[in-house]
Design a protein around this ligand. Structure first.
Ligand SMILES: C[S@@+](CC[C@H](N)C(=O)[O-])C[C@H]1O[C@@H](n2cnc3c(N)ncnc32)[C@H](O)[C@@H]1O
Length: 197
């Protein structure tokens, strides 16, 4: 745990906008992120921006055999830490803006849950659109996009641009307190534009 904290702090000092946090997510936040996943109906879960893997850890513990996990992270040092901790897990090293290609490389065309630790609110709007729309296109009917935050409720309106239903789970036991936006029903770009969203 101290090793992960130190690694995150060092990477934050070097790439503050990419890492966007000074500490890995707490166990409470990690558990809240995966709580309620309907495992019996789930074939594929993708995690974006996994960092040192606090959510990955809960995911690996909870996923029944046969559920495919694809774990993405951009920074090579975090990817090395993930490979070390989770031997055999599919670590998709690279930019989440290339999500469609990463999944195509793996023959994955439908995803039930996308769990994101990406600092999407620090992304340029066009990059944020690109990531969320790739997620929306690949989500199975009834699938969910879950986005971590350390800004409780603040960005509910932002995610409502992209999804018909957005709820928020508050987690106070995190540094700083945060939570998870749970989003369903992706709205394609043409529909958003027509509705002035
Ligand atoms: C706020 S941290 C969350 C880390 C981890 N999920 C957690 O909960 O502790 C954001 C993570 O997203 C990664 N990241 C930022 N931009 C990315 C991108 N374009 N593609 C993939 N990962 C990215 C960062 O390197 C960092 O590990």
């Amino acid at each position: 745990m101290m090793r992960d904290l130190w690694l995150v702090l060092r990477k934050f000092a070097a790439n503050a906008k990419t890492v966007a946090t000074i500490a890995p997510s707490s166990r409470a936040l990690s558990r809240a992120t995966i709580r309620g996943i309907e495992w019996a109906k789930t074939k594929v879960v993708v995690e974006l921006g996994a960092g040192t893997g606090p959510i990955t850890e809960e995911l690996v513990l909870a996923a029944p055999p046969g559920v495919r996990l694809v774990v993405n992270e951009f920074l090579p040092e975090f990817c090395a830490a993930l490979r070390d901790k989770f031997p055999g897990l599919d670590i998709a090293e690279g930019d989440a803006r290339r999500l469609t290609d990463m999944l195509a490389d793996r023959g994955v065309d439908r995803v039930d849950y996308v769990l994101s630790g990406l600092p999407l609110t620090h992304f340029a709007p066009a990059d944020r659109d690109a990531v969320i729309d790739q997620v929306g296109r690949v989500l199975a009917p009834g699938g969910e996009f879950r986005q971590l935050t350390t800004a409780p409720w603040l960005f509910r309106g932002l995610y409502r641009r992209y999804f018909r239903e957005v709820s928020f789970r508050l987690v106070v036991w995190n540094l700083p307190p945060g939570g998870v936006y749970v989003c369903r029903g992706w709205i394609p770009p043409a529909e958003r534009a027509a509705a002035g969203r």
